[in-house]
Design a protein around this ligand. Structure first.
Ligand code: PEP
Length: 251
């Protein structure tokens, strides 16, 4: 049985005060972490205080990205060791916006996934195709390359701890969500790719989220699908009420 995981990705939104009051508002109202993992991936600036406020609750705080090196001359970057030192246990890795705008590649994503494991951080590794790739029937080839390269050098045990977020790029922030059937089909394809790389048991243990214009009105359709174990949610994760509805539906 795979435990569902619902993660919000705030991107570059909210002030410090808004971030802290969001956590105050939701922390007593999310389902038990035994039923669903609830993660809020916030701007790095707020992580420490949000995590302190969430202490003892069923809410986990995550980063939206991290560097693969522990420290050094990487101006503006986020050290995985510093994240862990603040008590942060999750990081999104290889979000399409990072790949598109900040030059992240499958190779750097792979380095970051390894670094996450070195520091005891659960990687939420993103993959997904552009509209052009989808229209060109290349979805499977694209996610195959992203998963194969992203997982390079990982043990089967580590792979079972990775959360894969399948996010078709054309569905992110556009309001044009994938149908639950299509999303499930590609999440199933990701699982087959992992089974071929490792084995069926490993693939069965990996949690795969769908992401792309998920909201309270459509999440149930995804959650009932065989291969979808949760969601990575951008826009709809910004309001406490909507976020709580999403997490509740994630159970
Ligand atoms: C995301 O940021 O990963 C995302 C899926 O955004 P949205 O839910 O707004 O489409």
């Amino acid at each position: 049985m795979r435990k569902p995981i619902l993660a919000g990705n705030w991107k570059m939104n909210k002030t410090h005060g808004e971030a802290v009051s969001f956590i105050e508002e939701i922390k007593g109202n999310v389902p038990s972490a035994n039923e669903v993992e609830t993660v809020v991936c916030a701007p790095a600036l707020f992580l420490k205080e949000m995590n302190d406020k969430a202490a003892g609750s069923d809410v986990e705080i995550g980063a939206q990205t991290m560097h693969f090196e522990e420290n050094g001359a990487f101006t503006g970057e986020i050290s995985p060791a510093a994240l862990k030192d603040m008590g942060i246990n999750y990081s999104i890795i290889g979000h399409s916006e990072r790949r598109e705008m900040f030059n992240e590649t499958d190779e750097s994503v792979n380095q970051k996934v390894h670094a996450a494991f070195q520091h005891g951080i659960t990687p939420i590794m993103c993959c997904g195709e552009t509209l052009e790739e989808r229209d060109g029937d290349k979805t499977e080839a694209v996610v195959r390359e992203q998963v194969e390269k992203g997982f390079k050098g990982l043990s089967a045990e580590q792979v079972t701890q990775v959360v894969v977020a399948y996010e078709p790029i054309w569905a992110i922030g556009t309001g044009k969500s994938s149908t639950a059937e299509d999303a499930n089909e590609t999440c199933g394809t990701v699982r087959k790719i992992i089974a071929a790389l490792y084995d069926e048991n490993t693939a069965d243990a990996v949690r795969i989220q769908y992401g792309g214009s998920v909201k309270p009105e459509n999440i149930a359709g995804y959650m009932e699908k065989e291969h979808i174990d949760g969601a990575l949610v951008g826009g709809a994760s910004l309001k406490p009420d909507a976020f709580l509805q999403l997490v509740e539906a994630g159970k």
